[in-house]
Design a protein around this ligand. Structure first.
Ligand code: NAD
Ligand code: TYD
Length: 339
């Protein structure tokens, strides 16, 4: 089988590629990535040594390039990870989010239609459901929860989801959608909460917690997300949405304190800063559909996963130090300088 993975030089896409190469050595993996600030070819250096892996630097919005790649590689399935993925950047400048996340998804699905009804999986997010109140732990997002987005990022992802489902209904394209909670693990770009706190703590820099730190996210180890996507692509029902999450809700402040403990750094590094605009309070996924229908269960506990993640960042300092010492410095200064 030839599988085309978009956004494979980013966090989850690269983890997915290594998962596929390990589990299905007979499959061919084609990666398409624009290598934006969030994409890093060095992440794929071990994959690039493999005969059954090929990389194309291309923009998913570039119809001509994408069609050429489809013509040449003839993929049987496309898994779309490519996206602008950071909420704070979407608040500062939404346009590229609409372009990549919506129009790019459309181009890929048009290619899937044109080149033989290729199986298409859209990697979406629980953020399309908006947020839940902090004082109602009984409420969880199910696949029936109405779409109610808060940020330009989540609105763009919701638009792409709906477009994917529309391509299923209108054109009969074989589509599935997964909506996952917050991931963590290796190769997570340092602008996001967990790697940012690890990188700052290592450098004894302030740990910027938005608002009061009471916002809750539902964390899943990235490998468990990869396994869920693989199951959906191979066994999921066409036209369906699957929520993915591991019932692992944590307050941001507790995550940051845990990282301090793991790295033996003082909590006095924590600095409460101005809140994110429109900041979602709580995300919490009900994963019972994927568990019931496809037998998926998360395998890595948070305690194990966070330890593995901190260890990975400590043993791969060159990977993230190169990032935080580059263009990222300007981003950091702009985002946190006067916060
Ligand atoms: P990321 O920002 O780490 O990686 C995105 C990748 O897409 C990068 O390699 C980037 O170069 C590439 N890309 C961006 N624009 C492109 C374009 N126009 N053409 C081709 N490539 C392009 O993101 P991530 O955290 O790995 O997220 C991957 C997907 O999973 C996204 O669709 C995101 O919405 C979704 N998701 C993420 C999380 C999470 O916790 N990170 C949770 C649920 C869903
Ligand atoms: P993030 O990793 O950006 O993921 P998302 O917004 O998609 O959930 O942020 C996770 C949570 O951490 C979110 O509530 C915002 C908060 N946060 C901070 O408090 N400080 C930070 O520097 C960052 C990046 C995030």
């Amino acid at each position: 089988m030839t599988i085309l993975v978009t956004g494979g030089a980013g966090f989850i896409g690269s983890n997915f590629i290594y998962f596929l190469l390990g589990r299905y050595p007979q499959d061919k993996i084609v990666c398409v990535d624009k290598l934006t600030y969030a994409g890093n070819l060095s992440t794929l250096k071990d994959a690039l040594k493999r005969q059954n892996f090929v990389f194309y630097k291309a923009d998913i919005c570039d119809r001509g390039e994408i069609y050429k790649i489809f013509q040449k590689e003839n993929p049987e399935a496309v898994i779309n990870f490519a996206a602008e993925s950071h909420v704070d950047r979407s608040i500062a400048d939404p346009e590229v989010f609409l372009r990549t996340n919506i129009l790019g998804t459309q181009v890929l699905m048009d290619a899937c239609r044109l080149y033989g009804r290729v199986r298409f999986h859209q990697v979406s997010t629980d953020e399309v459901y908006g947020d839940l109140p902090l004082d109602r732990p009984d409420l969880l997002f199910t696949e029936e929860t109405p779409i109610r987005t808060s940020s330009p990022y989540s609105a763009s992802k919701a638009a792409a989801d709906l477009l994917a489902l529309a391509y299923y209904r209108t054109y009969g394209l074989p589509v599935t959608v997964s909506r996952c909670s917050n991931n963590y693990g290796p190769y997570h770009f340092p602008e996001k909460l967990i790697p940012l706190m690890i990188a700052n703590a290592v450098a004894d820099m302030p740990l910027p917690v938005y608002g009061t730190g009471e916002n809750v996210r539902d964390w899943l180890y990235v490998e468990d997300h990869c396994k869920a996507i693989d199951l959906i692509v191979r066994k999921g029902k066409l036209g369906e949405v699957y929520n993915v999450g591991g019932h692992n809700e944590r307050r941001n402040i507790d995550i940051v304190k845990l990282i301090c403990r793991e790295l033996d750094k003082p909590e006095s590094l924590i600095k409460f800063v101005a809140d994110r605009k429109g900041h979602d309070l709580r995300y919490a996924i009900d994963p019972s559909k994927i568990s019931r229908e496809l037998g998926w269960v998360p395998e890595t506990s948070f305690e194990t996963g966070i330890r593995k993640t901190v260890d990975w960042y400590m043993t791969h300092r060159e990977w993230w130090e190169e990032i935080v010492n580059g263009e990222y410095r300007n981003y950091y200064e702009k985002m946190y300088g006067n916060r």
